[in-house]
Design a protein around this ligand. Sequence first.
Ligand SMILES: CC(C)(COP(=O)(O)OP(=O)(O)OC[C@H]1O[C@@H](n2cnc3c(N)ncnc32)[C@H](O)[C@@H]1OP(=O)(O)O)[C@@H](O)C(=O)NCCC(=O)NCCS
Length: 170
Amino acid sequence: MTWARDDYTVTDDRDRLDLEAVHAYLTRSYWSTGVPLEVVRRAAAESVTFGLYLEGEQVGYARVVTDRATFAYLCDVYVLEEHRGRGLGRWLVECVMDHPGLQGLRRWLLTTQDAHRFYERLGFDRTTFPERFMTIDRPGLYLDEPSARASNRLAVTGATSRSTQTHTSR
Ligand SMILES: CC(C)(COP(=O)(O)OP(=O)(O)OC[C@H]1O[C@@H](n2cnc3c(N)ncnc32)[C@H](O)[C@@H]1OP(=O)(O)O)[C@@H](O)C(=O)NCCC(=O)NCCS
């Protein structure tokens, strides 16, 4: 599916994705600093992806992790700095939510550090029941720093021992 506006295009066509360009942004983003290209490729392959293009150049991206029936997690949304402030971010998310494969879902979810107003105007609310949500977060996972590696090892070790216990108690 493709949407057009002025000289810009949004499409879910995977073949048009420039994943090296997407990686170049995501690896410097606040939420996935240092993410490897291979992880960006794997995530895109298993998601519904949306590229924002100006004459073939990838200038934005959005990714939806979804079962296409009940739930969607919107993530990795960005517009390159030089294209911001022209309504493109809003249009990109509108295209995502207009996608025929993402209709009738019971819940959309996203996390954001500072773009709450941006998403509120697209229909998202701050969650009414934050106490119901639980997460495992590994914020330093992609950072190449000894302290980040150590804390990630701890997190993974903890998860492994829990799943081992679950497995052996069956
Ligand atoms: C958030 C982002 C995608 C917005 O893209 P954009 O093309 O600049 O946004 P738009 O021009 O469509 O803005 C639409 C409206 O939202 C407002 N807005 C844009 N970014 C905002 C933000 N971070 N917080 C609050 N409002 C914001 C704009 O002022 C505009 O308001 P207006 O209609 O009154 O003029 C872009 O700033 C970006 O890539 N940021 C860095 C990555 C990021 O934070 N992504 C979200 C992570 S979940």
